[in-house]
Design a protein around this ligand. Structure first.
Ligand SMILES: [Zn+2]
Length: 291
């Protein structure tokens, strides 16, 4: 099946590679866990590379930034599927240093039902008058532009942390029926947080946005580099400024109920190259990383 690339076969989620032009000395091996990605889910990609050449990875047409665990010579990164990514098989391309060492493999995206939630909110927060609608659209555009830009170099490293200790009060990805009408699915998780709870940066990054938006209230978005952004919404206070570098665990602000919120909580979201993925999955998967 695989000739001349010396890959151990005993790995649980081992991906058989299709070497376009494999070097006999290449010690490349790759794991993707989970091996299939549900809509709105994320997998940890791990590459062991003996030659120390930095692997380049393309997933769904976008570069995947990898971080290196120097102790074990392992490169790691996250690949995800959006809530609306069509189920099917997608190509994962890996190249090493030059085009001579180019591999590809397919990874399946499978459909995932994230359930449904019903919310009742004041009418003026749902049926927007024209100026408010314009405001909300402008803010949404501004946020989408942020997701298109990211520092090339990953600022994040190791394990991701929960921004508050509180448990899940609003699950990720569920269809949202608000005042009887279907609206956008929930793009993050709602975590229990009393008014004024310190909110921590889930990983190191630069502040890409601090603003008071109609839906998300006082909001902070971090750019962790390599196409990963995290979001912290409905804050009562923000302690950071746009452009500032914040370390993992730094207090960004205090939780609250600003914007369209039914009460105090923290809405926390993560985007991978703009795709909406379950941030709790990413935190859990990152436990396998060093540091
Ligand atoms: Zn939320």
């Amino acid at each position: 099946m695989i000739k001349g690339i010396g890959i151990p076969l005993a790995i649980l989620f081992f991906l058989p590679l299709s070497p376009a032009n494999a070097s006999p000395s290449s010690g490349l091996n790759i794991t993707v866990r989970p091996s299939k990605i549900g809509q709105g889910e994320v997998s940890l990609l791990t590459i062991r590379e003996k030659s120390e050449a930095k692997p380049q990875v393309i997933w769904m047409g976008k570069k995947i930034a990898l971080v290196n665990d120097k102790k074990n010579g392992i490169w790691s990164g996250f690949i995800g599927a959006d809530l609306t990514t069509r189920p099917g098989r997608y190509k994962l391309e890996i190249s090493l240093g030059d085009t001579e060492n180019h591999f590809f493999r397919t990874v399946s995206v499978i459909s995932k039902d994230h359930g449904i939630r019903h919310l009742t909110l004041p009418r003026e927060m749902v049926e927007l008058d024209p100026p408010t609608l314009k405001r909300a659209r402008d803010e949404s555009r501004r946020v989408m532009e942020i997701f298109l830009r990211s520092d090339d170099y990953p600022l994040w490293g190791g394990r991701w942390i929960r921004p508050v200790a509180g448990g899940l009060v609003g699950p990720f990805g569920c269809r949202s029926i608000i005042n009887g009408m279907e609206r956008s699915p929930h793009s993050g998780v709602d975590l229990k947080a009393a008014e004024g709870t310190p909110v921590m940066a889930s990983n190191t990054g630069t502040v890409a946005l601090v603003a008071n938006h109609f839906f998300s209230g006082l909001s902070v978005i971090l750019d962790h580099g390599g196409g990963i952004h995290s979001m912290y919404f409905h804050l009562s206070k923000a302690f950071v400024r746009s452009g500032e570098l914040v370390e993992k665990g730094a207090v960004l602000g205090l939780s609250g109920s600003t914007g369209r919120a039914t009460g105090p909580h923290l809405h926390f979201g993560i985007r991978l190259n703009g795709t909406r993925v379950n941030p709790i999955d990413l935190i859990e998967l990152s436990r396998r990383l060093e540091g």
